[in-house]
Write a protein that binds this ligand. Structure first.
Ligand SMILES: Cc1ncc(C[n+]2csc(CCOP(=O)(O)OP(=O)(O)O)c2C)c(N)n1
Ligand SMILES: [Mg+2]
Length: 356
């Protein structure tokens, strides 16, 4: 099989310029589906913006923003069937909202509360993965396992540009290709791994080029275009379902927000490039598209936003209403018989926390 070098690939786009030049439509997405995508984008944007505020107010811990990356998450989730698996990284921590996981649950995860964990089998959203790329082999294994059981299930794994330098990414991608596992490898190339630019990350012309070495096809897509992401992932999903194996999707964006709440990108990022990315952010682009198509009015946009804000107010109130978790959970499940030192640490922690 010969796979063309991906750097020759054009960047897939559906949404055109602000004046509408280049706008196309996507087959299979009617007006209701387009408006549902809009609601999802607004929900994710609102979740993200409110989480930063809650962090500043001391109500959630460290938080990794995904401002400007919502189109990748919403477009990809929409291209999957409900039975398909999603393996998120910390950048997609709230992807479960699109599968009915309550916002309060995800907020609890960032609050370090035990109720922030969900049963992955119920929603088919795996645990949020913080160690870079370690979930790529998990996703490849889940996809392969489903195929061995004769299930018609695809897995999709989200990871960043930096993750493509990790051994686990290589192992997962190679394994999936060799076993023809029904996997979609979705790389959010936001061009930064904390303060390391993608130019220092790889000598490859594009990240999509890496797919050539694994013998899998790749596609490059504008990651601020929710419809293009949907279209690219839908194609990758059909290949996977048809038994043709994995596809690498490189979604190109630019990180327009800090890496996380503990980051100060002013020390290393180009502020003009950030401003440009903020001007071309995905929600505004999609709203422009919907307005040009006569599908979105100011009233609808405002009511969707108000609904999302109300949902977030309820979610943080529900999270904060839960009693604190027992501190012993920090130590439970690690050892059958805990070492003495841990028992002493736990006793001290209980003393400091006043018995909770
Ligand atoms: C195995 C591992 N090494 C290092 C880290 C520390 N770390 C956290 S985020 C990050 C950068 C990841 O960049 P990228 O893959 O581009 O994802 P992004 O944060 O841009 O979404 C690093 C190195 C980690 N979490 N896991
Ligand atoms: Mg990155």
């Amino acid at each position: 099989m010969s796979v063309p070098p991906s750097s020759e690939l054009p960047l897939l786009r559906v949404i055109g310029d602000a004046d509408g030049a280049g706008d196309r439509s996507v087959t299979g997405l009617g007006d209701d589906a387009l408006l549902a995508l809009h609601r999802s984008l607004v929900l994710m944007r609102t979740y993200d913006e409110r989480s930063v505020v809650y962090h500043r107010q001391g109500r959630v811990g460290t938080y990794a923003m995904f401002w400007g990356h919502e189109a990748i998450q919403v477009g990809a989730e929409r291209a999957l069937a409900e039975r398909d698996w999603i393996f998120p990284s910390y950048r997609e921590s709230a992807i479960g909202l699109l599968r009915g996981i309550p916002a309060a649950t995800v907020l609890q995860w960032w609050r370090g509360h035990p109720s922030g964990w969900w049963d992955p089998r119920a929603s088919r959203v795996a645990s949020i993965c913080v160690p870079i790329a370690t979930h790529v082999p998990h996703a490849a294994g889940a996809a392969w396992g489903a195929r061995l059981r004769g299930e018609d299930t695809v897995a999709l794994v989200f990871f960043g540009d930096g993750a493509t330098s990790e051994g686990a990414f290589h192992e997962g991608a190679n394994f999936a290709a060799v076993m023809r596992a029904p996997l979609v490898l979705l790389c959010n190339n936001n061009q930064w791994a904390i303060s390391t630019p993608v130019t220092a990350q790889t000598a490859a012309a594009t990240l999509a080029d890496k797919a050539v070495g694994y013998g899998m096809p790749a596609v490059r897509v504008d990651g601020t275009d929710v419809l293009a992401v949907f279209e690219a992932v839908r194609n990758a999903v059909s290949r996977a379902r048809a038994g043709q194996g994995p596809t690498f999707v490189e979604a190109l964006t630019y990180r327009a927000a800090p890496h996380g709440t503990a980051d100060h990108p002013e020390a290393y990022i180009d502020p003009e490039r950030v401003e440009e990315a903020r001007r071309h952010e995905c929600l505004g682009r999609f709203e422009g598209y919907l307005r040009r198509a006569g599908l979105l009015t100011d009233e609808v946009a405002e009511s969707v936003r108000a609904e999302a804000l109300a949902a977030m107010r309820e979610a943080i109130a529900a999270a904060e209403a839960e009693p604190p978790g027992d501190v012993s959970l920090v130590f439970d499940h690690a050892y059958g018989v805990p070492p003495q030192a841990l028992a002493r640490d736990l006793a001290e922690l209980r003393r400091i926390r006043g018995g909770t």
